[in-house]
Design a protein around this ligand. Structure first.
Ligand code: GLP
Length: 262
């Protein structure tokens, strides 16, 4: 099962994951990070940016974004190309040529998934995949019903996801209907998974992902199949977990030889 770590704040979550990434990059300067978008991973990126300002060098790090909208120009401020450039590549001083985002342009979309899979495989694979979670239990844009074996491909967004993401656009009608996303099978190939979730709106999805039955109806439950998955949540997002006391206890008793997010 995933290791669940309950933190006091988003900032604490960011520090914890940034620490693990710094450790990874210390042993492997050209580590490959899987990059999520949305509000949730921002504390991680902010904590890393702080470390970069203090001298951490991430210039050899490579990255693969989880997903992209289909059919909006890459120059649109809410395309994930733009978001990754603004929130990640710039502040972390990554090499833009080493950070990839799925190609959501409609021209050539039939081959975009396969091209992305080849790029990930050729890089040697993702060392650490950062994940958020949608209120409907999606990861990346793998909506309920996604196959656990799925690879990067086009998915139609649910109404719920489009409503959740409408805050980034003028209205829900402007939220694209399609996305291109790493599949659950792609995500499961990463060497480590770190799923973050904050706030009561995520509590149900977190409980279903961590403790519910494995089900394509809760795509994030796929993390139960991964041998090195860590879930970092605040108290609100953790509030519906049945085994909360056990997770707290396990973390408090964590052996010294077992680093956080190994
Ligand atoms: C989008 C992204 C997901 C993200 C989810 C949650 O749908 N494709 O990768 O995890 O939103 O977003 P937020 O972190 O803003 O709650």
């Amino acid at each position: 099962m995933a290791e669940v770590i309950v933190v006091g704040s988003r900032k604490a979550a960011g520090a914890l994951v940034a620490e693990a990434i710094e450790r990874l990059v210390g042993t492997r300067p050209d580590a490959v990070l899987g990059l999520a978008t949305g509000d949730t991973p921002l504390p991680v990126y902010r904590a890393l940016a702080e470390r970069v300002r203090a001298g951490l060098d991430l210039s050899a790090v490579r990255g693969f974004a989880l997903d992209e909208y289909v059919g909006i120009p890459v120059t649109h401020p809410e395309s994930y190309h733009s978001v990754i450039a603004r929130d990640v590549v710039g502040p972390l001083k990554l090499n833009p040529a080493a950070v990839h985002v799925p190609d959501g342009r409609t021209l050539g979309i039939e081959t975009a998934g396969e091209r992305y899979e080849v790029a990930i495989t050729s890089s040697g694979g993702i060392d650490l995949q950062i994940l958020g979670i949608g209120t409907d239990g999606h990861i990346g844009f793998n909506e309920p019903g996604s196959s656990f074996a799925s690879l990067t491909r086009v998915k139609t967004l649910t109404r719920q996801t489009r409503e959740d993401n409408a805050r980034f656009f003028a209205s829900i009608d402007d939220v694209p209907v399609h996305s291109i996303t790493q599949g659950l099978g792609t995500i499961l190939r990463a060497k480590r998974l770190v799923l973050l979730a904050f706030g009561a709106a995520k509590a149900h999805a977190v409980a279903a992902a961590v403790e519910g039955p494995l089900s394509a109806s809760v795509p994030a439950s796929a993390i139960q199949l991964h041998p090195r998955a860590t879930v970092v949540v605040d108290e609100e997002a953790a509030s519906m977990l049945t085994e909360l006391e056990y997770y707290r206890d396990a973390f408090a008793q964590k052996p010294i030889w077992d680093p956080v997010i190994l």
